[in-house]
Design a protein around this ligand. Sequence first.
Ligand SMILES: Cc1cc2nc3c(=O)[nH]c(=O)nc-3n(C[C@H](O)[C@H](O)[C@H](O)COP(=O)(O)OP(=O)(O)OC[C@H]3O[C@@H](n4cnc5c(N)ncnc54)[C@H](O)[C@@H]3O)c2cc1C
Ligand SMILES: CC(C)=CCC/C(C)=C/CC/C(C)=C/CSC[C@H](N)C(=O)O
Length: 474
Amino acid sequence: DELQYPPSRIAVVGAGIGGSSAAYFLRQKYGKHIQIDVFEKGEVGGRLATVDMEGHQYEAGGSIVHPLNLHMKTFVKELGLPVKSPGDSRLGIYNGEELVFHESDWFLINLLKMLWNYGFNFLRMYMWVEDMLDKFMRIYRYQTFDYSFSSTESLLHAMGGNDFSTKLNVTIEETMHKAGFSQKFVDDIVSATMRVNYCQGVDINGFVGAVSLSCLDSGLWAVEGGNKLVCSGLIYASKAQLIQGTVTSVQEKVRPMKSGGTVKLYELSYESSTGPQMEMYDIVIIATPLSKGVSDIKFVDFNPPIQNFKNYQQVVATFVHGQINASFFGCAQPCDLSDVLTTNNRKLFFNSIGAVSPVKSEAKSSKPVNHKVWKIFSVEPLAKDQLNLLFESYHAVSVKNWLAYPQYNPPEKMPPIILHDRIYYLNSIELAASAMEMSAISAKNIALLSHHRWYRKTDRIDQEDLTERLKSEL
Ligand SMILES: Cc1cc2nc3c(=O)[nH]c(=O)nc-3n(C[C@H](O)[C@H](O)[C@H](O)COP(=O)(O)OP(=O)(O)OC[C@H]3O[C@@H](n4cnc5c(N)ncnc54)[C@H](O)[C@@H]3O)c2cc1C
Ligand SMILES: CC(C)=CCC/C(C)=C/CC/C(C)=C/CSC[C@H](N)C(=O)O
């Protein structure tokens, strides 16, 4: 049987955090003899990227990591990358007319304001998110013990049981109502958090909504020098070969073996600077969203069993060096706010605006908060008159356009992880929630799953009651 032999070549399409961590985990699992090729049509890092403003680099895509994102934590430790915290922030929430929430310098005043406006909703939310994270953390134990899952649904179910499965099928608004949170809390705090993180409303699924709310925790961090350094570091550490080129198609081919018999391989065609090329692989991992305008890969002779190719949400990140217009937000001069989130109001042309620092730490600037560099997230590009409303004056602008994350629309049917016998889809997991750690979890799952399927080790795939079973394993 051909599959008794070890595979000799694996292709990974995409060098974002998903593809680069896949290369890293594949090397761990398959050992030093296998050839791993990572194809990238653009920049290593993908949606982890920086923009240049006046000679300084700022995070334009994935910018923050949660303290309990253990794969990301391990990566920076193994790669010896220094990390930093985003620094102090002073939060305001603007509803299009006025600030409905304005953080103060004083802890006690903030506490009283929260209690006055939202009762115990804040406290309950932190506990609710902690409960979700407790379940979320189970995946690390499963993966340490080599367990894998053949679908995103089974992976999430193993982590959080029916609680996670239900969250995928209802909105964060419904989820929070059922959990007893007030409408005012959902309209102000939950809505503002969804708008800054996913540029969508409280109609996104309850799972991604809970992931988004976890960003209100303390201890968030980023990589000094830029988060994309993790991707280049992982590719280097995995001794994978990086191939600059656009993968255009994948087709299964049957080839004779030297020892007699035949072997099934995948022919991967790609465009590089030297023209069209192709290579043969035993296993292919697609580490990019399969949606229009993002990857455009053709699968020849078969249709991947994806019912619904998701649209990705356009997000524009606009960086402005200038003096913020405090009166626009109804903020007394001098305005002390460093982050303004917004609630759902059709009149609003932006989702959030926040002061940002370069990815490389520098001596603290003596400039007042009004003269900092600001990052604005919006769904449409900002016009000049809109910038004039937000700023009293500005002297530099830099813009990055993204197809950022899926347009979430529960109930969600997750795309499959197994697209064909030995073709795996890493970004299936993004339909549950898009975040760096989600791609890394999916990468490890696929490294394990592909290995177990190759060697027919079915006792490490889709096992039930893992939490109970692992209690007895050391
Ligand atoms: C504005 C923004 C803010 C975000 N903020 C955060 C945050 O703070 N924290 C967080 O955890 N997450 C955040 N995210 C989400 C996070 O960035 C993504 O979930 C994560 O980076 C996805 O990584 P990936 O490797 O799966 O996909 P990608 O990074 O998209 O990588 C796919 C790669 O494949 C390449 N590719 C595509 N097609 C082909 C082809 N045919 N041939 C060869 N190469 C191809 C692409 O060029 C790309 O480099 C944010 C995303 C955006 C856009
Ligand atoms: C996967 C778990 C449990 C936690 C991850 C939490 C997290 C960091 C999610 C990312 C959410 C996201 C897409 C944020 C985008 S905006 C980030 C930031 N506010 C910015 O201004 O860049």
